[in-house]
Design a protein around this ligand. Structure first.
Ligand code: IPM
Ligand code: MN
Length: 371
């Protein structure tokens, strides 16, 4: 083992790179760190330090691997997601992703070629996006109690308008036509709704379908019938909101919602609104889940690479730390996940830190790591 990273390779780190065998922990999870671009490396470094801190407390060990994919890597090598790297990624138990994107890379190259391809290849059919108001954040709407705003969006993550169906003809002429088609399969919708319904059963027992069934009558009908059937089978109470009304209620009366299930595009849009309501994109975590566990799930903050503040030490790592919490929960480390969530809440309640370094220091202090 040379420890040298060749382009696009998923490489072992730490103990393995050194040929040492330092850990005597009860459990080991293999996690690939894909820091990406911009603020991605800064925020996921903090998340990693927090994960290692809770791992030590709860007697497990993370065997970290690293993978250099992203905008910078693409500009240097021309590689977006080589097949060999994808095969390596499949061997991890989970992937912690920072953010990808640099201004020099044209739109769509990394979004379609890396992020959406990973979601599809790894069958990450649920995008789990919790929105929880915590004490100490600058909430966008002053009137809500903390308990009023604590919902989870379950976004379908491999179909709909993001499936890539469509095309264009006569490009660059006055006859140009461009289409994007929304694909909704019975099995694809059903498995996503099933996940949401079981999540609702484990929380309040309330599930809301968000769609636009009055206009998108074909897909809407499919989603509605499936949601009714699945909710009845799981014994959860189903309500329905059109997506436009759902935006209004998320701002005006968010306690209507506990678990929301929705299609890919609506979920993308309303989860940014959920983030804005709970402190901003910097606080929003996400899990791209393969609930069947036929491959690793990917955990990433909802914010992007934020090139304007990259390298300034100003990035808020809370979304990355909370995403790492979702990852630990998915890996079965519930107590450690709860520690991360509580640490973020405690740091916030004391007044949001002004720099990435202060966040790191205060989070690690909360997690009992002396510095
Ligand atoms: C997100 C992002 C992505 C999405 C883009 C970058 C492909 O907006 O994770 O919400 O649309 O899912
Ligand atoms: Mn988005």
């Amino acid at each position: 083992m040379t420890g040298e990273v060749t382009p696009g390779e998923v490489a072992p780190e730490g103990d393995h790179a050194d040929g040492k065998h330092a850990s005597h922990a009860a459990r080991t999870h293999v996690v690939t760190h894909l820091p990406g671009d911009g603020v991605g490396p800064e925020v996921t470094d903090v998340a990693r330090a927090c994960v290692d801190a809770v791992a030590a407390r709860h007697d497990f060990h993370i065997d970290w691997r690293s993978c250099p994919l992203g905008g910078r890597h693409y500009l240097q090598t021309g590689e977006v997601l080589p097949d060999a790297t994808l095969e390596e990624l499949r061997k991890s138990d989970a992937i912690l992703l920072g953010a990808v994107g640099t201004p020099e890379v044209p739109p769509g190259v990394l979004e379609r070629g890396l992020l959406l391809r990973l979601r599809s290849e790894l069958d990450l059919y649920v995008n789990l996006r919790p929105s929880k108001l915590r004490a100490g954040v600058a909430a966008a709407v002053g009137k809500h109690e903390l308990s009023d705003l604590d919902f989870v969006i379950v976004r379908e993550n491999t179909e709909g308008l993001y499936a890539g169906a469509g095309g264009s003809v006569h490009r660059g002429t006055e006859f140009e036509v461009a289409t994007e088609e929304s694909l909704n399969t019975w099995a694809g919708v059903r498995r996503c709704v099933r996940y949401a319904s079981r999540l609702a059963a484990s929380r309040s027992g309330r599930l809301t379908l968000v769609h636009k069934t009055n206009v998108l009558t074909h897909a809407g009908d499919l989603w509605f019938r499936i949601a009714r059937e699945v909710a009845a089978e799981d014994g959860v109470e189903l309500s329905y909101a059109h997506v436009d009304a759902a935006c209004l209620w998320m701002v005006d009366d968010p306690k209507r919602f506990d678990v929301i299930v929705t299609d890919n595009l609506f979920g993308d849009i309303i989860s940014d609104l959920g983030a804005a309501l709970t402190g901003g994109l910097g606080y929003a975590p996400s899990g791209n889940l393969n609930p069947d566990r036929t491959g690793p799930s990917i955990f990433e903050p909802v914010h992007g690479s934020a090139p304007d503040i990259a390298g300034l030490g100003l990035a808020n790592p809370a979304g990355a730390v909370l995403s790492a919490g979702l990852m630990l929960s998915h890996l079965g480390e519930e107590a450690a996940a709860a520690d991360l969530d509580a640490a973020v809440s405690a740091v916030l309640a004391a007044g949001a830190p002004a720099s990435t370094a202060l966040w790191r220091e205060q989070l690690l202090a909360e997690l009992g790591v002396a510095r």
